[in-house]
Write a protein that binds this ligand. Structure first.
Ligand SMILES: [Zn+2]
Length: 104
C-alpha cells in the first residue's frame, strides 16, 4: 500500500490543483468527510485524528477529487488510483477500522 507523504510537495501541489479554497475540521456524527463544490472546500471529521494516517489520507484525497468529479465513476476511480495506488485496499481497511456507519 502506497502512502501519501504529507511533506511530498509535488504530490500535495497536484492535489491542491483541484481548486481547494479552504478546509475545516469538525466533529460530525454521520460522515467522515464531505465537500462543498460551490465553495471549493472540504470538511473533515475530527474523529479521523484518532485513526491511522492511511484513513485520513483516503478521506482527504476522496473529498478533494470530488471538487472536480462529483461521482465515483471511472474518472474519479482512475484519479484515486493515480494518487493512492490500489485505493480499494485502503477503502476496505477504512471500512474495517472506522466502520460503515459514517458515509462519504
Ligand atoms: Zn464520495
Amino acid at each position: 500500500m502506497r502512502l501519501l507523504v504529507v511533506d511530498d510537495e509535488p504530490q500535495i501541489r497536484r492535489l491542491v490543483q483541484t481548486g481547494l479554497a479552504g478546509w475545516q475540521v469538525r466533529q460530525m456524527k454521520t460522515r467522515w468527510g464531505s465537500c462543498n463544490i460551490e465553495r471549493k472546500s472540504i470538511l473533515l471529521n475530527l474523529e479521523l485524528a484518532k485513526k491511522p494516517v492511511a484513513c485520513l489520507e483516503y478521506i482527504i484525497v476522496h473529498e478533494l477529487l470530488h471538487l472536480r468529479i462529483p461521482n465515483h465513476g471511472p474518472v474519479w476511480k482512475s484519479l484515486m488510483r493515480s494518487h493512492l495506488g490500489p485505493y480499494e485496499q485502503r477503502e476496505e481497511r477504512l471500512r474495517q477500522i472506522v466502520g460503515l456507519d459514517r458515509t462519504l
